[in-house]
Design a protein around this ligand. Structure first.
Ligand SMILES: Cc1cc2nc3c(=O)[nH]c(=O)nc-3n(C[C@H](O)[C@H](O)[C@H](O)COP(=O)(O)OP(=O)(O)OC[C@H]3O[C@@H](n4cnc5c(N)ncnc54)[C@H](O)[C@@H]3O)c2cc1C
Ligand code: SF4
Ligand code: SF4
Length: 464
């Protein structure tokens, strides 16, 4: 069931066609589901056309993947809605993009202000350019470093003549005729202490107000999940925003058979995370419907040809190549994909830069002799040896050892920094380090661990 007329969620409603062609989304969603025999009911809004309670009663399992659809309010420095949000020409980002994407009439003026700095803001400002706006501003309250959107997208927008202004917050929307927007009053900020998100808080500078003239304002502060259509009669356990709480292992809500996930429960993130949630939840639902759980199948050993697992020796020397795009003059179409893409050769070359983050470095504490060889050899200082007292750990044994025994140590590996070069594995005199891959052998299985046997260079005939 989906409110939209096609499958794909934000891939078709949010992300514009000039960034993601619809032949791709059609093949990956509609055609794929049709081939699987999924009965798709489009143009159907749960809570309006069909009630969730009825679905829960009709089906053995129901999964809520409703994403984040409710645009955040246009607020000022005091977090209150600013004056003027109802003037004509003021629009929310997602409804604007939905019109762009579903071919509905779009009214874009000559001078456009986009408020915000995430995915939605980038798609709005670049769409406005494609609709012929003469001047487009993106106004963001922190600096470029804190901006959630991809640096590459900001660069592309700047190339398309979008003007970015940082450290500014909206205080009032102005209108000369009392009906249509004619400008926006902004105030400048400086960065203060970090807030709950860990990013430095914008603090307004008194007396720094200024006005930008414009005839269109698109607010792109992101979207929240909608709990309004979750019926009270289901008596679900919810968080303070009324969204169903889920068990992270099973994706199930407090009501057996009702599951939820994706951006709806996790907050707005990205496609790959939502797709991963969907896959994980499908596995959990399959287990739920299949009766008693099956045990994990035995770990599979994957023999890889060499310790570098096919990575080129000098992969760090391969620079990231900007994805080739149309020349500026040819970009001003709402339906032509801007990126032309890598050639097959370039794609293979770029793929060789992959750090294979799916692999984890693990140390077997029962054979590690704390020689610190791996610490010394790691080119990125990912491994450190810490005294037990320096490490906070939950288990009792560790706490007792930490309190009574000075000789112990913990090996800490920062997997965020690790480039999976394998040097620590080669260096370790006791073969205590391994690269480990977690995988699901089939959708019915639980997670498995596969240890990847590493062939030492000398055992591999001196090959490096
Ligand atoms: C403008 C924009 C650009 C983005 N760009 C990128 C990007 O470049 N890369 C990236 O990785 N991520 C991007 N994202 C984020 C990404 O699209 C989302 O994280 C992802 O789509 C979330 O997937 P989901 O399945 O959880 O929900 P969604 O994709 O939001 O899908 C939810 C679906 O539920 C339907 N629905 C909601 N409520 C109801 C209801 N009551 N009844 C029936 N149907 C309902 C909606 O119609 C929608 O089809 C972007 C998001 C936006 C908004
Ligand atoms: S694989 Fe390389 S980068 Fe990662 S911990 Fe080992 S030596 Fe460091
Ligand atoms: S090289 Fe091996 S034995 Fe030495 S500290 Fe590292 S993991 Fe332990």
């Amino acid at each position: 069931y989906d409110s939209y007329a096609v499958a794909g969620g934000m891939m078709v409603g949010g992300i514009p066609i000039w960034r993601l062609p619809r032949e791709v989304t059609h093949e990956e969603t509609d055609e794929y589901m049709e081939a699987l025999g999924v009965d798709m009911r489009f143009n159907t809004t749960i809570g309006r056309d069909v009630q969730l309670t009825d679905l829960v009663n009709e089906y053995q399992a129901v999964f809520i993947a409703a994403g984040c659809q409710v645009p955040k309010a246009i607020t000022g420095p005091d977090n209150k809605v600013i004056p003027g949000v109802d003037f004509k020409g003021v629009e929310q980002g997602l409804p604007f993009l939905e019109k762009v994407n579903f071919g509905e009439p779009v009214a874009i003026g000559k001078k456009v202000v986009v408020l915000g700095g995430g995915f939605t803001a980038m798609d709005c400002c670049r769409s406005a350019i494609r609709f012929g706006a003469e001047k487009v501003y993106v106004l963001y309250r922190r600096t470029k470093e804190e901006m959630p959107s991809d640096e590459y997208e900001v660069d592309e927008a700047m190339l398309e003549h979008v003007e970015f202004q940082y450290l500014v917050t909206q205080t009032e929307i102005l209108s000369n005729d009392g009906e249509h927007v004619s400008g926006i009053r902004m105030v400048r900020n400086k960065l203060g202490d970090p807030d709950s998100s860990g990013r430095r808080r914008p603090v307004l500078i008194p007396g720094s107000e200024y006005v930008i003239e414009c005839d269109t304002i698109i607010a792109a502060f992101g979207q929240d999940s909608d709990s309004a259509w979750i019926p009270k009669d289901l008596a679900l356990e919810t968080n303070r925003w009324g969204l169903p709480l889920i068990d992270r292992n099973t994706w199930m809500t407090s009501r057996p058979g009702l599951f939820a996930g994706g951006d709806y429960t996790e907050g707005a993130r990205n496609l790959i995370s939502a797709i991963a949630d969907g896959r994980d939840a499908a596995t959990a639902i399959n287990r739920y419907l299949s009766g008693p759980e099956k045990g994990a199948t035995e770990a599979i050993e994957i023999e890889l040809p060499d310790f570098r697992r096919g990575m080129v020796d000098d992969y760090e020397a391969i620079p990231w190549e900007v994805i080739p795009s149309l020349p500026l003059a040819k970009r001003f179409s709402i339906s032509v994909e801007s990126e032309t893409g890598y050639s097959p050769e370039e794609a293979v070359e770029q793929a060789r830069r992959c750090l294979q983050c799916q692999l984890n470095i693990q140390i077997d504490p029962s054979i590690c002799i704390l020689c610190s060889g791996c610490v010394d050899i790691c080119p990125y200082d990912c491994i450190s040896m810490q005294g037990l007292k320096a490490v906070v750990k939950g288990d009792k044994l560790h706490q007792i050892a930490g309190a009574d025994w000075d000789g112990g140590a913990d090996m800490i590996i920062d997997e965020e920094k690790c480039i999976r070069c394998g040097l620590c594995i080669v260096r370790c005199p006791t073969d205590a380090i391994a690269m480990v891959k977690y995988e699901v052998a089939s959708v019915n299985d639980r997670w498995n661990v596969s240890k990847i046997p590493v062939i030492q260079p000398e055992k591999a005939g001196g090959r490096r």
